[in-house]
Design a protein. Structure first.
Length: 398
């Protein structure tokens, strides 16, 4: 029998998004929509378990209606006999003010007591057994935001008699010099020694999957980006634990549940013509679900005048977020004086100009090659202009 799991984390419902101004409320709704889409995925996939590996809420201070909306989604899952397991994180930490102490989520979802369809794992209840699935889920969580030890210190699932052993942690994998100071830290060596089949992680907002020893572990990432630079967010993970002919397998599939998309686009300065033309060109791919980074590149004509702040303000209403950067360069002043052939710049100029001449000659002689060779000549001219910018003043002899 296979056990199917939908793994999510870092939903951060109720995040304030002070950097988004008047769009903050809309982004909160996008995050809730991504949570609903993750529930939809679990129902469509006929999952057995729905795991939330921490930070379902952005803080423990939430209006009751927000908690009730979550309970409504848990009730949808319970109606399909999908068991939900919730783990407090570092934002909705299981301290004295914990939202999981203030509310009984099963009761809010109108699920009978003892049904085992909604479980919150805590320091007092660090595991839940599902005999009908032959599965146990361990939750390694603390009553403080900063863990006093690694959540896997001294832990082993080896004694569990169930076929499938699943763990949940909200914290950072140890990367020396980078994550040592995080609130909750554990190592790949501890993961490998845990005896788990699958470890569902939260805290990092980018989806990623890996293996330590025989243990498959993964960060689900945020189902909808919490910040506009999180371009590996927007996912939920569909995990399948299967046993066939005595062989065990753990497969992890990424599924898109968020709406936000990321786009990086380059505009050749030579093709712009004017600031209104640039705005029109970028507006062609406008989308309120897109976070765009636009770079102006190439050789900028002398008469091109672009105010990046004005361009950004004009485009901002058409995107979720947009940043416009100018990486173009101005042409060098015309000069008849060519650097000496024994310098790097002089040698380069002579070589590239010879290639340009060959390309233009081929374009004139061969009609079929005209377009391609003419384009090549134009590209070489741009490359030469950029190279001269980079090497101007370089008088190193060869």
């Amino acid at each position: 029998m296979a056990v199917r799991i939908v793994h999510t984390a870092d939903v951060h419902l109720g995040a304030r998004h002070t950097d988004l101004g008047e769009r903050a409320a809309a982004q909160r709704e996008r995050q809730f929509a991504a949570f609903v889409a993750t529930v939809d995925l679990a129902i469509e996939a006929q999952a057995d378990l729905f795991l939330v590996a921490g930070d379902l809420f952005d803080s423990n201070s939430q209006p009751r209606r927000s908690v009730e909306r979550v309970a409504e989604q848990l009730a949808r899952l319970a109606g399909r006999r999908i068991r939900s397991v919730l783990l407090p994180g570092t934002h909705d930490v299981y301290d004295r003010a914990s939202i999981y102490r203030a509310y009984d989520f099963a009761e809010l979802a109108k699920i009978p007591a003892g049904a085992g369809l909604v479980t919150v794992l805590t320091p007092e209840r660090p595991e839940v057994h599902f005999p009908e699935l032959d599965t146990v889920v361990f939750g390694r969580v603390f009553a403080t935001k900063r863990a006093p030890t690694s959540p896997l210190a001294g832990f082993s699932a080896a004694a569990a008699t169930e076929t499938w052993k699943v763990g949940m942690i909200h914290g950072s994998l140890l990367i020396p010099g980078r994550t040592d100071g995080d609130e909750v830290v554990f190592s790949t060596a501890e993961v490998a020694a845990s005896g788990l089949d699958y470890l569902a992680l939260g805290h990092w907002h980018s989806a990623q999957v890996a293996t330590a020893g025989a243990v498959r572990y993964a960060y689900a990432g945020a189902p909808e980006p919490v910040a506009v630079d999180q371009d590996r967010s927007g996912k939920a993970l569909l995990v399948t634990l299967a046993l066939m002919d005595g062989k065990r397998s753990v497969t992890v599939e990424e599924r898109t549940v968020g709406r936000t998309r990321f786009l990086r686009h380059e505009v050749d300065a030579a093709t712009i013509g004017s600031q209104p033309a640039l705005i029109a060109a970028v507006s062609a791919f406008a989308d309120p679900d897109v976070v765009a980074e636009v770079r102006i590149v190439g050789i900028r004509p002398d008469d091109l005048d672009v105010d990046l702040d004005e361009v950004t303000r004009a485009l901002a209403p058409s995107f979720l977020s947009i940043r416009v950067r100018d990486r173009s360069v101005t042409p060098l002043p015309a000069t008849d004086e060519l650097p000496g052939p024994d310098t790097i710049l002089g040698s380069l100029v002579r070589d590239v100009e010879a290639r340009i001449a060959d390309a233009e000659a081929d374009a004139e002689e061969d009609a079929e090659a005209d377009t391609a060779r003419a384009a090549e000549a134009a590209e070489l001219r741009d490359a030469l202009a950029i190279a001269r910018h980079l090497l101007v003043g370089t008088e190193v002899t060869l």
